[in-house]
Ligand binder design. Structure first.
Ligand SMILES: [Zn+2]
Ligand SMILES: [Zn+2]
Length: 275
């Protein structure tokens, strides 16, 4: 048998008109270029009716807006990821503000701190994170925050910028229960990635048990971090079902309950309205 042969996987089934929202995906990335239409069709087949495609720099923010224009059910965010802030200048902020007012833009991000990788100096990351938080607040948009190995610093900056009338989400949540509860205090949602399906993700699994259902949303972070049973391969919105199923198992509730709650939460945060 060929090494590349894909093992068939069995998707959990969403009942009736139940649906999911993938609150964080990077549909503009190279990984989807060859078959984006198929990826979107497959998402629909598996109940993922809406997808937020997230900007990480000016180009991808532009691409996100275009994707939202072209595809029903796709919405965009605008922002500059901590990896890409080193070259940000004043005039870029004007561009970002203008882009953020375009149709289909539902949040500002992803912005934040990433101390795991070293793509931009810490002080530069912190300065641009704080400045983009201010901009998002001026624009009255919810925040999409990226935090890798920077929990304390992220919390400090957000605490200083509190309150957030438009709310926000800690995407690809990777902290513990105490950190989750601290950001909930700031009015944030906690977005659970496919990592929660990994055997060793005990801290995240414990956090999911402790976060109230009305604060949980779900994401793929595709093309990265595919859940089991697709770990290590390209992630895509349809695989969100496996993350939802794991959250249901951890909370001892049904998949339908997780779908209904996480969808209602994402609709509220991103002001999507019901479909
Ligand atoms: Zn991120
Ligand atoms: Zn991302």
């Amino acid at each position: 048998m060929s090494k590349n042969k894909k093992k068939t996987i069995i998707y959990p089934i969403l009942e009736g008109d139940c649906q999911l929202i993938d609150s964080h995906c990077h549909l503009d990335m190279q990984a989807y270029q060859d078959n984006l239409d198929q990826v979107l069709a497959k998402a629909l087949t598996h109940g993922v009716k809406r997808i937020i495609t997230v900007g990480i720099d000016l180009d991808s923010s532009r691409a996100a807006i275009r994707l939202a224009e072209e595809h029903p059910g796709v919405f965009a965010t605008v922002g500059v990821h901590p990896h890409n802030v080193a070259l940000l200048e004043d005039h870029h902020y004007e561009e970002l503000a203008a882009m953020a007012k375009k149709p289909g833009v539902v949040a500002y991000g992803e912005i934040g701190l990433d101390f795991y990788y070293d793509h931009a100096p810490v002080d530069v990351q912190i300065a641009h994170f704080a400045r983009q938080v201010d901009l998002a607040k001026q624009l009255d948009l919810p925040l999409v925050v990226h935090d890798r190995d920077a929990h304390a610093e992220v919390l400090e900056i957000l605490t200083r910028a509190f309150p957030f009338p438009a709310g926000g989400v800690m995407h690809c949540f990777s902290g513990d229960s105490a950190f989750a509860l601290a950001i909930i205090e700031l009015g944030f949602y906690v977005s659970i990635p496919g990592v929660v399906t990994f055997k060793k993700a005990e801290t995240l699994q414990e956090a999911v048990r402790n976060v109230p259902l009305d604060r949980i949303i779900l994401e793929t972070d595709g093309p990265f971090l595919a859940p089991e049973p697709r770990r290590g391969r390209r992630n895509e919105p349809a695989l969100l079902l496996f993350t939802a199923e794991k959250v249901a198992e951890l909370k001892g509730i049904t998949l339908k309950e997780v779908a209904e709650a996480s969808t209602a939460n994402a609709e509220k945060l991103f002001r999507l309205g019901q479909i």
